[in-house]
Write a protein that binds this ligand. Structure first.
Ligand SMILES: *Cc1c(COP(=O)(O)O)cnc(C)c1O
Length: 397
């Protein structure tokens, strides 16, 4: 297609005109089940009535005033997020990369404010994805994302997941923080070991190193807990959120304890759009719905069913699926064939998924997907796997 849009994505040749719940529809009214949810963004599906109402209501009052003024909806969302978490302060921005950038800045600034001017280094982990800004590509240290963009921002030390020995070896007097994506999304739904994370937390406390979590993808109810780190029984000092927080409206947030928040005093950071009334109205609505304990426990029940069904398929077709990874409704199908083959077959059968590293097909449905919908879509997944199996059998004969 002759397009004026920058060529940074290999886009599927399909355009959606509208959506409802877990369904997306094309112009010619072809229906897809959306298990990608805009890459873990549409937490409450498409055209959610409550979100539409929240946005419409706010759109008639006030769109934007900037952070030169107090914004009531921002105060309210910040209070909700701090009440729901370890945090005391929230900086609002517009994306995941910005939320991680703010986390990195806040960590360094905190150490600086404590008189530790040498503590600038941040330890990060292989397979992580933290965004596409110059700072966050340096943090992730993925060569494909760094190549051709000059010297990476200094001060990041990238180590193996779950390797405590290596962690202890690289920590020194210059270490400011450890940045972890507790369930790596883009990297292939890699769940960190609980023991490792608990050890990291206590080492960080001992050595006055900050613990930064990137919950841009795994946070906001995705795992059945409001925040994924609750599953590991750890508490960070700083946490980045985005994706699901706006349910489809661009929002990012950096949550901080008060000592860290105090270091981020006037003039240290900013955002023109961050926390604008429209974004905050939607964020408040998403947060109210998702943080409801019944809603969260429902996610766990539905996730158990999803995992059970997928594990049955994996067991029956080990030549196609190696195993099922992930927690809650953050699911990875690790393939024994090329992941694109499974994703394409699912697409042919009307199911949208997202590929990830480690030869994984990601399943990130809206959190309000229903049990009947899970039963229906796992049937389609089973049929798709069967189709591939049959095709492979014919090829072999
Ligand atoms: C998507 C993602 C980001 C980057 O978010 P953007 O909104 O694309 O900048 C950062 N961290 C994680 C874990 C993500 O999944």
């Amino acid at each position: 297609m002759n397009t004026s849009v920058a060529n940074t994505y290999n886009r599927k040749k399909i355009t959606f005109s509208h959506g409802k719940g877990i369904y997306l529809f094309t112009n010619d009214n072809k229906k897809y089940i959306d298990l990608a949810a805009g890459i873990a963004v549409n937490l409450l599906g498409h055209s959610n009535k409550s979100l539409i109402d929240a946005l419409q209501k706010q759109s008639k009052k006030l769109w934007h005033v900037s952070n030169l003024y107090q914004i009531e909806e921002q105060e309210i969302l910040a209070r909700k997020l701090t009440n729901l978490s370890f945090a005391d302060k929230v900086f609002f921005c517009n994306s995941g990369a910005e939320a991680v950038e703010c986390s990195i800045k806040a960590a360094r600034r905190y150490q600086f404010s404590q008189g530790y001017k040498e503590k600038k280094n941040i330890i990060t982990f292989k397979g992580s994805f933290h965004g596409r800004t110059l700072g966050t590509i340096a943090a992730s240290n993925n060569i494909n994302h760094l190549e051709g963009f000059g010297l990476p921002l200094e001060g990041f030390i990238n180590i193996e997941r779950n390797n405590l020995d290596q962690l202890l070896r690289v920590i020194d007097k210059n270490t400011a923080a450890i940045l972890i994506e507790p369930i790596q999304g883009e990297g292939g739904i890699n769940v960190f070991d609980r023991d490792f994370l608990m050890n990291v937390e206590s080492i960080a406390r001992d050595k006055k190193i900050l613990l930064l979590l990137d919950e841009v993808q795994c946070g906001m109810g995705r795992t059945g807990k409001m925040f994924a780190h609750e599953l590991f029984n750890i508490k960070p000092d700083i946490m980045a959120l985005a994706k699901g927080l706006g349910g489809g409206f661009p929002i990012g947030a950096c949550l901080m304890t008060s000592p860290v928040g105090d270091a981020m005093n006037p003039g240290t950071h900013g955002s023109t759009f961050g926390g604008n009334p429209l974004a905050m109205a939607v964020g408040n609505c998403v947060t109210d719905i998702v943080s409801n304990p019944d809603f969260l426990s429902d996610i766990s029940d539905k996730a158990n069913l999803f995992h059970l069904k997928l594990n049955q398929i994996a067991k029956k077709y080990p030549n196609i699926i190696t195993g099922i990874k992930g927690l809650g409704l953050m699911i990875g199908i690790k393939c024994n064939i090329e992941n694109t083959i499974l994703a394409n077959e699912l697409y042919k059968n009307g199911v949208l998924t997202v590929n990830a590293g480690d030869n994984v097909v990601r399943i990130l449905p809206p959190l309000n997907i229903t049990i009947p919908e899970i039963n229906k879509v796992t049937q389609i997944i089973k049929k798709s796997v069967q189709n591939i199996d049959k095709e492979n059998a014919t090829k072999e004969n």
